[in-house]
Design a protein around this ligand. Structure first.
Ligand SMILES: *Cc1c(COP(=O)(O)O)cnc(C)c1O
Length: 415
């Protein structure tokens, strides 16, 4: 009987009837989960969380061993700075452990004004607005700026949060070749008729460590009357005047950045005009419907902004250390592409070789996590090294020596 009923429903013209047909044979609603995990396993792409404990500024304890950490984004070592920890504790004492509501309800505790004002001074913009994380800022701000009648021009290597934000906006998204501003120009010429145009890129690219030509980018955006959105996640604390990024003093409509990397804390910001801030407060659900950052986090952000302008010596050391690692690796035959920042990609290519190199580094006492697609393009798996001002000369030499001794070095597995 059941069989007959199923057959009748199968031949029905009614799609709905087919959808609700009871599935007697296969009952495994998690089949897609198992299939995906099995595929990831087979292709060397299964990702796993590893528990670890930070030791000082540049080391971690992992599986009972202490490793030199060459993959954190804590470029200045600020996450362990006494002033950040102390200010976090002070703010908790004074304001409590949570912001209790969104910014618009009653979460704009007095410290927000001070931080946003100071940040705007440093970024040389009229004002700024704090967001809860970089990811959240990008997926929230972009759909507030662009809609189905808009055109978004997006760099091919933009961070996932920028890509997701663009998708959520329902705008027409056109991708330009990485860093290729001539291509951007041509696309702006050929795609006309949109009510709004938004160019989205990063000032320092998170996986390649190269930089955008900011002056030219600003000129192009002006020429085509496009809004310009630049993600400074990896430039904040590290590059530009006072270490506050490459957009400082340039005509960038929205300079977004994070406090979670070079600032050693958490959260994000957008530096912009008062008009854009007012617009976002009214039109951006990510600020309207989310509880404000907790006082502890705001405390460490405020301390980081106090320290960063005065950390020229640390930045100098950071850039010298990065140059040392790049040139030493180059001498061993490893290319780090067009990196000119503390992000140094060692592109191996195949996933499996990259994992082997990462495993080798770990046996030599170095944490250098393998980065595989879809985080990077197919065939461009890599060890993404990040240098910190907290690394000593000996730390850097230990890193280079581990690469030098890799047995796979002369048997392929490198570009
Ligand atoms: C890390 C990163 C983000 C996300 O910032 P979080 O504060 O970690 O959420 C956004 N954009 C870029 C380019 C990043 O590298």
């Amino acid at each position: 009987m059941a069989d007959t009923a199923a057959r009748v429903q199968d031949t029905s013209q009614n799609d709905n009837a087919r959808k609700i047909r009871p599935q007697k044979t296969v009952r495994n609603k998690l089949a897609f989960v198992e299939a995906e995990l099995a595929e990831r396993e087979q292709t060397f792409r299964k990702r796993q969380l590893r528990s670890l404990e930070p030791i000082g500024g540049a080391r971690v304890r992992i599986d009972g061993r202490v490793l030199l950490n060459f993959c954190s984004n804590d470029y200045l070592g600020l996450s362990k700075h006494p002033l950040l920890r102390q200010r976090a504790a002070e703010f908790a004492e004074r304001f409590g452990s949570g912001a209790t509501a969104s910014r618009l309800i009653c979460g704009t505790f007095s410290f927000f004004d001070a931080i946003e004002k100071r940040l705007a001074e440093l970024k040389k913009t009229e004002t700024s607005l704090i967001f809860n994380s970089g990811y959240q800022a990008n997926v929230a701000i972009i759909p507030a700026l662009a809609g189905p009648d808009s055109l978004i021009l997006s760099d091919r290597l933009n961070h996932n949060s920028l890509i997701q934000g663009a998708r959520l906006s329902k705008a027409k998204v056109v991708v330009f070749d990485h860093g290729d501003l001539d291509h951007l120009c041509r696309l702006l010429q050929t795609h006309s008729g949109y009510r709004r145009k938004l160019v989205i890129t990063e000032s320092v690219f998170s996986m390649d460590g190269d930089r955008t030509d900011m002056d030219r980018l600003v000129a192009i955006a002006e020429q085509f009357d496009a809004l310009l959105f630049v993600d400074e996640a990896h430039a904040t604390g590290v590059l530009g005047p006072n270490g506050m990024g490459l957009t400082c003093g340039k005509k960038v409509d929205l300079a977004m950045g994070t406090f979670s990397k070079g600032c050693g804390s958490f959260g994000a910001y957008v530096a912009c005009s008062q008009k854009i801030k007012d617009y976002l407060i009214n039109k951006c659900p990510g600020i309207i419907y989310s509880t404000a950052l907790p006082p502890t986090v705001a405390g460490s952000i405020s301390a980081a902004l106090e320290l960063i302008p005065g950390m020229e010596a640390e930045r100098k050391r950071l850039h010298e250390s990065s140059e040392f690692v790049r040139s030493s690796l180059a001498a061993l035959g490893w290319s780090s592409g067009s990196s000119s920042t503390p992000i140094i990609p060692v592109v191996v290519g195949p996933d499996r070789d990259t994992l082997e190199l990462s495993g080798w580094l770990e046996r030599q006492g170095i944490l250098g996590t393998a980065i595989r697609p879809p985080t990077v393009e197919e065939g461009k798996s890599r060890i993404r090294l990040t240098v910190s001002a907290a690394h000593s000369g000996d730390d850097l030499r230990q890193l280079v020596s581990a690469f030098e001794q890799w047995p796979g070095r002369n048997t392929g597995g490198r570009i």
